[in-house]
Design a protein around this ligand. Sequence first.
Ligand code: SAH
Ligand code: SF4
Ligand code: F3S
Length: 437
Amino acid sequence: MKYHIVTYGCQMNVHESEKIAGILRQSGYTEESSIEEADVIVFNTCCIRENAENHAFGNIGALKKLKRNKRGLVIAVGGCMAQEAGKAALLKEKFPFIDVMFGTHNLGELGSLIERKKAQKKALISVPEERKETEDGVEPVRTSFPNAWVNIIYGCNNFCTYCIVPYVRGRERSRKKEDVLAEVRSLVKEGYREITLLGQNVNSYRDGDVAFPELLDAVASVEGDFRVRFMTSHPKDFSPELVAVMKKHKKICKLLHLPAQSGSNRILVAMNRRYTREKYLENVALLRREIPDCELTTDLIVGFPTETEEEFEETLSLVREADFASAFTFIYSPRTGTKAAEMEGRIPDEVSKNRITRLIALVNEQTRKKSAGYVGKEIEILCEDYDEKKGLYLGRDEFGRMGYFASEKDPLGKFVTLKVDRANGISLYGIAITKEV
Ligand code: SAH
Ligand code: SF4
Ligand code: F3S
């Protein structure tokens, strides 16, 4: 019995799909296969922007024929879209051939839902409203060796006015420090070389008196040859303690993903972000003073309701001033149920498209300039894959930059020092100077 999982959305969802795979294995599905060969197909959906939803709608719809022609095929839909108010019903109406629907709050029930569905004809929809405890207890089937994701906090309490996450992921729930540490220790023992701590806002982590900097300190103090990343940090919770911990440990990547969203104070208020441009830049200055060779990445939204040309230009100038190494850029997408969706002053599509094109051009220019600066230098990458087309191994440095190199041996899962001889956009090419590879 084979399974196929289709994942949309953020790292959180990628890791949750690993947990879904774990549940399917417990239920007797033994291997991952192509969509055509699978006995169960699970869609792990995202609803952060309209295009994420459209993707899922398109791909689920495309299964109508397969479902008709293949007896016993189970189609399950879960994740953030299924959890969204009214969406499960809409999905069921549009695609009556869906067998099982589950939300973000009852992922653990997927196995029993599939069992029950097999025993009866009727579709099963189970999307509970809220979840108070953490999602511990499911053993994931990890798919991204030598990297491993580790949840530290679930949910979000921030209610940025554009964002649907708090509605589909519920309130914040932190895992116990000891549980996080036990998971990290065992991953390192198994040979994982990169641990990424995950949360919608890792800086809100709290277990009794233990806040995020302390947890990070403890994780980075685990013995072994590995590095630590974390995402995402909310600028309002940025603290000198966090910087101190980053500075203290070589194992912690000197990369901070700090979503700014906008460079305009008026828009930041309308977004309910609870920091100003000045405060954001002060944090950046502190970080650069303490850790001079660190890099910053960010998320930016253009076309938020009422955003003027001048306010957009403040986002452009923030990109220059903060000197981001790269950025994820988005056109604002209204999400039903959020505050911003009710706001007046929608920005026309052509205006938003024009803004994002200019923003991407600026970000790319900065990224390229930084990459070019690496030619002739040495970087340490963690080899994570082999690119068949290029005939080269690849991995990332601590700043997330991709490095490619040739090797006769098997360097997968190893730290490799490269002497960079060429940069192409965000990719670096070099010669491995680590002896054993
Ligand atoms: N928890 C993280 C990331 C949340 S989603 C954080 O707080 O930073 C990832 C990114 O999607 C956000 O940072 C934001 O830039 C973008 N995003 C969220 N809602 C959006 C919307 N309605 N339209 C466009 N972009 C959105
Ligand atoms: Fe969404 Fe804001 Fe929470 Fe991030 S912090 S998940 S952008 S509400
Ligand atoms: Fe999408 Fe849900 Fe992540 S809405 S971005 S998959 S938390």
